[in-house]
Design a protein around this ligand. Structure first.
Ligand SMILES: Nc1ncnc2c1ncn2[C@@H]1O[C@H](COP(=O)(O)OP(=O)(O)OP(=O)(O)O)[C@@H](O)[C@H]1O
Ligand SMILES: [Mg+2]
Length: 681
């Protein structure tokens, strides 16, 4: 390492100590906490010492660093967590009370009884309790922060300073050198050789009342997040409603987009937009994600609208998905308990068999299922025809002039199947009559035993159910709603979609695009099913790439109201919890927002690397959060301050929690930046 570099790093440690911001001395210290004596005058000079602010304690003089003993070359990082009594406080209080009792005027204008100079000096002292966060020191010429103190000496005089400006910036943006190298390697693996610069997302803010410390924007100290923290990691955005969770998610989307653009690295982003706020601009926020990244963003919606692609599948092609949605609609709408309707929901299989004969039966069943869709009003793709085999006996029974293997339109198929169903009924009626007849041998039969056998063989249990659905009659001839009960699902069918919507979305993500699923419309249950089906598709695809030895694509998934998807009660093998827990392995990052920390699966919380927490209003939530990192220090402040965007942030790269005012997401600024970049190019 050259001398200049060494000097610069040495300077980093020295530069933390700002003489002008001296605020007192540590008068007691142990491994966990330090007690600091401070004075009103010093406090005033630094514009107050807010709760939760950082302080630095060091035995060396910043101007005489080179003369300092080796053992003293360290700076202890403290966080103010409360106040404490000095031993002489009781005397001081007695004196103050005495003095008040002698006052006559609240405003001190008349009859003033001032303290003598000595007393006045003494009563200005007070004690602060601080938690030891760690120790900055030099290790093999590197500037590092250990997360504790190694030892303490009762006799060492530790001067305490309040870090401001550049010193504070250094502290809050500190990244462990090992982590820094790991991040660099991660990017190198992705083919990015240059340094990927951190991005600013907010400024340090200690308290809700920020009159003194953050007087003007010049006093704001920027906080940056490390790009690598967000790739293939889990991020929790927690806080009560209207405290800026969605704002934070928008910031994250734009940070990830910037990384993707700057590094020419494809990172797909998938937003599950429950309230439609990312897909549609509103008056307050002036611009939605979809407007800012017009060229790189595709919006999907379950009910058609201009500018949106259809989220749902073609029911004639994605049979299983379509059937699931149909069943959801029936469950929600229909109160019918017709046996055949129940069997339609629970006993129809869409898994294609391997055996030749079974395949033949499968084709017949699917043709009939599609015919039911047609009868229910599901618009078919243009010139749609269906093909299936029917043996000669059946063909002759139904209609000698028609061979379904040559292809039938859906209308023709409907007629064919209805005729088949009628013939089945006629045969049954004939059989009934014969069995009731006194002289069955005299009965003039229209159908033979062969007909009877063949038709019973051809009409399997599944086909029987489907025929009844089409014909709106059960076996006993009683009317039921049959195919009419599935018309509710028509609005979720997209007749012109050729490919699976999930594959289309996955392809867009692999191409580094932003995909927004506007889930603000449509049936909630269907919305959940579609969301789940898309996420499990992405998970499976990425896992498949991984197990095939390929590198899966970088994808970030954003979900809101996460307690519903990755809740405490969910099984870890379910789609969402699996994605949250194992997704990182397959390069899927998850950003989840919720107001209910305690309802999120503990295993997922424990695996979360990045945390953004704003106001929480219940002790229960705070207690849950306090189990993680040093969030406990912020219990009081999280419960009390309700300021929008005031978050306590712990990222993978930062070793401790930092209180931050998150910047407001400003679409206009981003659009301006984009046009500047275009001009530069
Ligand atoms: N950091 C911020 N600075 C200034 N204004 C903000 C900030 N964050 C959010 N806002 C504004 O506050 C309002 C609420 O924010 P947001 O929608 O992000 O909250 P939320 O926590 O997602 O709420 P909900 O629980 O309703 O989804 C919005 O109008 C937004 O523009
Ligand atoms: Mg929101």
């Amino acid at each position: 390492m050259d001398i200049l570099n060494k000097l610069e790093i040495k300077d980093k440690l020295v530069a933390l100590v700002q003489k002008e911001n001296f605020v007192g001395w540590v008068y007691s210290v142990d491994y966990e906490k330090a007690l600091v004596i401070t004075n009103d005058i010093w406090k005033t000079k630094v514009h107050g010492i807010p709760h939760n602010s950082f302080l630095l304690a060091t035995p060396f003089h910043p101007d005489k660093y080179s003369n300092a003993k080796e053992i003293d070359k360290q700076v202890i990082l403290l966080r103010v967590t409360g106040s404490c009594k000095l031993p002489q406080d009781d005397d001081m209080i007695r004196m103050k009370i005495d003095n008040f009792q002698n006052q006559q005027d609240p405003f001190n204008d008349e009859g003033v009884k001032e303290y003598d100079v000595l007393t006045k000096n003494k009563i200005q002292f007070g004690g602060l309790v601080c938690r030891v966060i760690g120790t900055f020191y030099m290790k093999n010429n590197e500037f590092v922060l250990g997360s504790d103190i190694e030892t303490f000496y009762m006799s060492t005089r530790l001067n305490v300073f309040m870090p401001k400006g550049d010193a504070l910036k250094e502290i809050v943006n500190y990244v462990d050198p090992i982590r820094q190298k790991a991040a660099k390697q991660e990017f190198e693996k992705l083919g990015i050789q240059h340094d990927v610069l951190p991005f600013k997302i907010g400024t340090v803010r200690y308290t809700s009342t920020d009159r003194l410390n953050r007087r003007t924007p010049e006093n704001f100290v920027p906080f940056h997040i490390q790009p690598s923290d967000f790739l293939a990691r889990r991020t929790a955005v927690l806080g009560m409603t209207r405290t800026g969770k969605s704002n934070m998610i928008k910031q994250t989307v734009s940070v990830v987009k910037k990384i993707s653009d700057d590094c020419n690295l494809k990172i797909g982003q998938l937003i599950y937009d429950i309230n439609g706020e990312y897909a549609n601009a509103n008056n307050i926020d002036e611009g939605a994600i979809s407007e800012i990244y017009k060229n790189d963003c595709t919006r999907y919606r379950s009910i058609s609208k201009d500018g949106f692609k259809q989220l749902l599948n073609n029911f004639y092609k994605q049979l299983q998905d379509g059937h699931t949605i149909i069943c959801d609609c029936i469950r929600q709408k229909s109160s019918s308990n017709a046996a055949d309707l129940n069997l339609f929901m629970n006993s129809i299989s869409f898994d294609e068999p391997n055996e030749v004969n079974e395949k033949k039966k499968f084709r017949q069943k699917i043709a009939l299922y599609k015919t039911i869709l047609f009868a229910a009003g599901f618009v078919a793709p243009k010139s749609y025809k269906i093909y299936f085999e029917a043996n000669e006996t059946i063909r002759n029974l139904v209609d000698t002039s028609v061979n379904p293997n040559d292809g039938l339109t859906l209308e023709e198929s409907k007629n064919w199947f209805i005729k088949l169903r009628k013939i089945k009924e006629e045969i049954k009626e004939e059989n009934d009559k014969i069995s009731k007849s006194r002289k069955p041998e005299d009965y003039n039969r229209k159908f033979t035993d062969k007909h009877d056998n063949e038709i019973n063989k051809w009409i399997t249990e599944e086909i029987r159910i489907l025929l009844n659905m089409l014909y709106l009659r059960n076996d006993a001839g009683g009317y039921f709603n049959g195919h009419k009960s599935i018309t509710e699902a028509v609005k979720y069918h997209s007749f012109d979609r050729e490919n699976d919507v999930r594959q289309e979305i996955y392809d867009l993500l692999c191409d580094g695009k932003i995909v927004i699923l506007d889930l603000s419309v449509g049936n909630a249950r269907i919305r959940d099913n579609v969301s789940k089906s898309i996420s499990s598709y992405i998970f499976d695809k990425s896992m498949e790439m991984f197990t095939n030895g390929e590198t899966p694509k970088n994808i970030v998934i954003y979900i809101e109201e996460a307690h519903n998807l990755i809740g405490k009660g969910s099984e870890l093998i379910d789609t969402w919890p699996r994605l949250a827990k194992e997704g990182a392995k397959y390069k899927i990052a998850l950003v989840y927002a919720t107001q209910e920390v305690s309802s999120v699966h503990p295993n997922i919380l424990a695996n979360t690397e990045n945390w953004f927490v704003s106001h929480l209003n219940s002790d229960r939530e705070i207690r849950e959060l306090a189990k993680f990192y040093d969030f406990e220090d912020f219990s009081q402040s999280l419960l009390r301050s309700q300021d929008v965007g005031f978050s306590r942030v712990k990222t993978l790269s930062s070793p401790f929690v930092i209180p931050i005012q998150i910047d407001k997401f400003e679409p206009k600024k981003i659009i301006e930046e984009q046009s500047l970049n275009v001009k530069k190019k």
